[in-house]
Design a protein around this ligand. Structure first.
Ligand code: MG
Ligand code: MG
Length: 627
C-alpha cells in the first residue's frame, strides 16, 4: 500500500508540510500548484527537495476547465495543458489531475470530451506523462464517476485514466458498488476524504468540511472496498479541504491522516478477502473491558485534599506501593491511584499540570495486541525503568502526552496490585461499583483527533456532537463508546477559556480527564453512607427541581429525595438516570456519582448547564477566579 496526501490537506509552508508528511510515514504527496508557486525555489529544485524527504510526487493538480470547449477556447486549453506538462517534467511527476469542467463555454457531450482526452493522451504520451479525469460532484456536465469513466473508456488511450474521489461519489449518494465494474488498471488514482453529514451546497461542503476517513459520516470504507475489489493497485491519497486543518498543528494532522489510512485499509482487508493492503495484518480493533484504574499525580496539601475526598466517597486506602510514594484507594472495581513521586512520568505531569489524572489503565483481553495495533496506527509506546518486583505494563502515549496502560488477566498483569502493593485493608463498600464513564476536556480543534484515536484503536463508536451551554460560552460534547458500553468516554471541546471546560483546559495544559463518573445501583443508599463519612454534594438550586416537576411525571416523594440530596435526573426512551456531583478538587477535576437504570443510554446532557452553573457559583464563592 502506497500512502499519499495532498499538500493542501494540512497547514504550514510547503517545507513544513513535507517534513510533517515524511515524519508521519507517508510515501508520497499530491502537489497543489499553489504550494510550489508560493515557494521561491524552482519546480526542479522543489521536486528534488520532495524526493530528499523520501517522498514521491504521486499527482500534480489541479487542472480545470479542459474538456468540451469550442474553438478558440479548445486550442487555448491544450496550450495551457502543455505548459503544465512542462512544470510536471521539471517537478518529476507523471500524472496530472483534470477535474470535470465548469467552463461557461463548455458544450458537454461524452464523445466530445472523449475526443479531447484522446488528443491530450497523445500529447502526454510523447512526454511519458499520464492524464487522470475526475468528476467533480458539482461539475457542469460531468458530475458522476460513472460518466467520467465513460469519457475515459471512449477516449480509449493508455495514457488517459480515471481518478476517483470518495467525497465526489459519496456526497452525491452514488452507490460505490458501481466502481466494482471499472477495470482496476484504468483507475489511475484514488483520493479519499470523509465529511460530516451536513445539508449544504456541495462545493462549499467539499471545500470547507472534508475530514480524514473515519472522522466524518461517509461510508469511505465501502467506497475503498469497491476500489480495491476492482483491482486498483495505485497510491491511496488523502485530499482534505478543511478550514480547521488549515490552521491546525501540521505534524498532528499528518499523523491523524496516516492513522486514518492505516485503519481504513485494515478495515478494507478484513472485509475483502482477496485484497491485501496492510502487511503484516493488524490485530483487530480492541474491545475494552472497562477502566482498571485512574492514577492521579499530586503533592502535599492537594494530595491530602484528594485523599480526604476519596474517603468521603467511601474509598478505602487498601495499599501502599512497595517502592514508590504511591497509594491505592479502592471501592468495588474502582481503583484510584494517588502518585506523589517527584520523578518519572507522574512527576513530569505534575510539573506541567499540577494535580491531575496522569495515567489511565484499561482492562483488555490482550494487552500486547493493543500496543501492536496502536504502534501500527502511529502511537508512541511508553516505558519507564522498573523498580524491583514491578510488572511491565504495556502502555502508549495518548494524544497530548497522556498515558494509557493496558491490563489483561491472560499475562497476569491484573496481579500488579498484589505484586507491587503492601495490602493493608479491604476495599470500601459504599455502593460505588465501577467507572461508568470518563470525561476528557480538550480544545475543540483536537476533538476530531481524539475521536479518531479512540475509534481506530478500539472497537468504539462515536455519537453526534451536541452543544452544552456554559454561562460563559459553548462547549461541544461527543460520546465515544464501546459496542457493549464497557468503556464510555465523553469528549468536551472548548473554544474559550471562560467556559468551565476551557478554564480547566488552560489550567491543565492540554487534554485531560476532567471528571470520572462512578456507578452505583442505588444512588440514595450510597449518598446516605457517604453522608455519614462527611460527603457534601455540589448544591443544586431549588429552581431546578421545580422545572423537573414540570418536565417529568415524577412521584412527589422521589422529587423531595432528589432535592434533599442534590441529585439531578434525566430520562430517555430506554430508562432513567440519576446523578450527583462531588465538589471540584484542585484544577477543577471532579467526581460524579451516577445511577444508570437499565436502558438509559445518555449521560445527563440536559443537566450539564445547571451543573456547570453550580460549579462556577461554588468556585466563585471560594474566591477562585475561573470556576
Ligand atoms: Mg479530488
Ligand atoms: Mg458525566
Amino acid at each position: 500500500m502506497q500512502t499519499s496526501i495532498a499538500t493542501v490537506s494540512i497547514s504550514g509552508t510547503l517545507r513544513e508540510k513535507l517534513m510533517a508528511i515524511a515524519t508521519a510515514g507517508f510515501d508520497g504527496i499530491e502537489i497543489f500548484e499553489q504550494d510550489f508557486i508560493a515557494d521561491q525555489a524552482s519546480p526542479r529544485a522543489i521536486g528534488e527537495m520532495i524526493r530528499d524527504h523520501g517522498l514521491n510526487i504521486t499527482l500534480f493538480q489541479p487542472f480545470r476547465d479542459f474538456e468540451g470547449l469550442p474553438e478558440p477556447y479548445r486550442a487555448k486549453a491544450f496550450d495551457r495543458a502543455e505548459r503544465k506538462f512542462d512544470v510536471m517534467q521539471e517537478l518529476g511527476t507523471d500524472l496530472i489531475l483534470i477535474c470535470s469542467s465548469l467552463h461557461p463555454k463548455s458544450l458537454g457531450g461524452i464523445d466530445r470530451a472523449a475526443d479531447d482526452f484522446h488528443a491530450l493522451g497523445e500529447r502526454a504520451a510523447k512526454r511519458g506523462l499520464r492524464v487522470g479525469y475526475e468528476a467533480l460532484c458539482w461539475g457542469q456536465h460531468v458530475n458522476d464517476h460513472r460518466d467520467a469513466w465513460e469519457v475515459v473508456r471512449r477516449a480509449d488511450h493508455p495514457n488517459v485514466g480515471l481518478i476517483l474521489d470518495s467525497f465526489h461519489t459519496l456526497a452525491r449518494k452514488i452507490d460505490p458498488q458501481t466502481i466494482r465494474s471499472i477495470p482496476g488498471d484504468r483507475i489511475f488514482f484514488v483520493q479519499l476524504a470523509d465529511a460530516p453529514l451536513i445539508e449544504m451546497d456541495l462545493l462549499y461542503w467539499s471545500r470547507h468540511f472534508r475530514n480524514m476517513p473515519g472522522e466524518g459520516d461517509l461510508d469511505v470504507t465501502g467506497f475503498m472496498r469497491a476500489v480495491m475489489a476492482a483491482g486498483y493497485t495505485g497510491p491511496i491519497s488523502l485530499e482534505i479541504f478543511n478550514d480547521q486543518f488549515r490552521g491546525g498543528n501540521t505534524l498532528a494532522l499528518a499523523r491523524d491522516g496516516h492513522r486514518s489510512l492505516v485503519a481504513l485499509m485494515d478495515d478494507v482487508q478484513r472485509h475483502e478477502p482477496d485484497v491485501e493492503t496492510v502487511a503484516p495484518p493488524l490485530p483487530a480493533r480492541i474491545k475494552p473491558k472497562g477502566v482498571s484504574f485512574a492514577e492521579f499525580t499530586s503533592r502535599g496539601g492537594e494530595a491530602q485534599a484528594l485523599e480526604t475526598q476519596l474517603a468521603t466517597l467511601g474509598f478505602v486506602r487498601v495499599g501502599t506501593h512497595r517502592n514508590k510514594q504511591v497509594a491505592l484507594w479502592q471501592q468495588g472495581d474502582i481503583r484510584i491511584v494517588v502518585n506523589q513521586e517527584t520523578v518519572g512520568h507522574a512527576g513530569a505531569v505534575w510539573n506541567a499540570r499540577g494535580t491531575s489524572v496522569c495515567d489511565l489503565g484499561l482492562q483488555v483481553e490482550d494487552a500486547q495486541a493493543v500496543v501492536t495495533r496502536a504502534e501500527a496506527l502511529g502511537a508512541e509506546p511508553f516505558a519507564q525503568p522498573l523498580g524491583p518486583g514491578e510488572l511491565l505494563i504495556p502502555a502508549i502515549r495518548g494524544l497530548s502526552g497522556s498515558l494509557l496502560h493496558f491490563i489483561d488477566a491472560a499475562s497476569g498483569l491484573d496481579q500488579v496490585w498484589q505484586r507491587e502493593f503492601h495490602t493493608t485493608a479491604a476495599p470500601g463498600e459504599a455502593g460505588l461499583t465501577h467507572v461508568d464513564h470518563l470525561a476528557q476536556t480538550m480544545s475543540y480543534e483536537d476533538m476530531l483527533s481524539w475521536t479518531l484515536f479512540y475509534t481506530s484503536l478500539f472497537d468504539m463508536q462515536k455519537s453526534p456532537i451536541v452543544d452544552v451551554i456554559d454561562p460563559d460560552g459553548l462547549v461541544r460534547s461527543q460520546v465515544v463508546q464501546s459496542s457493549d458500553g464497557a468503556l464510555k468516554v465523553t469528549l468536551n471541546g472548548a473554544d474559550t477559556h471562560r467556559t468551565l471546560a476551557g478554564s480547566f483546559l488552560a489550567d491543565t495544559f492540554g487534554a485531560s480527564v476532567q471528571h470520572l463518573a462512578l456507578a452505583t445501583d442505588d444512588i440514595f443508599a450510597t449518598l446516605n453512607v457517604l453522608g455519614e463519612r462527611g460527603f457534601v454534594p455540589l448544591k443544586i438550586p431549588s429552581n431546578y427541581y421545580d422545572d423537573l416537576a414540570a418536565r417529568f411525571d415524577l412521584p412527589a416523594g422521589l422529587l423531595t429525595r432528589m432535592k434533599a440530596s442534590h441529585v439531578l435526573y434525566d430520562q430517555d426512551e430506554g430508562g432513567d438516570f440519576f446523578q450527583c456531583y462531588a465538589p471540584a478538587i484542585a484544577n477543577g477535576f471532579f467526581f460524579e456519582l451516577v445511577q444508570r437504570n437499565t436502558g438509559y443510554i445518555g449521560f445527563g446532557g440536559p443537566n450539564a448547564p445547571f451543573r456547570i452553573a453550580a460549579q462556577k457559583r461554588m468556585g466563585r464563592a471560594k474566591g477562585l477566579p475561573m470556576i
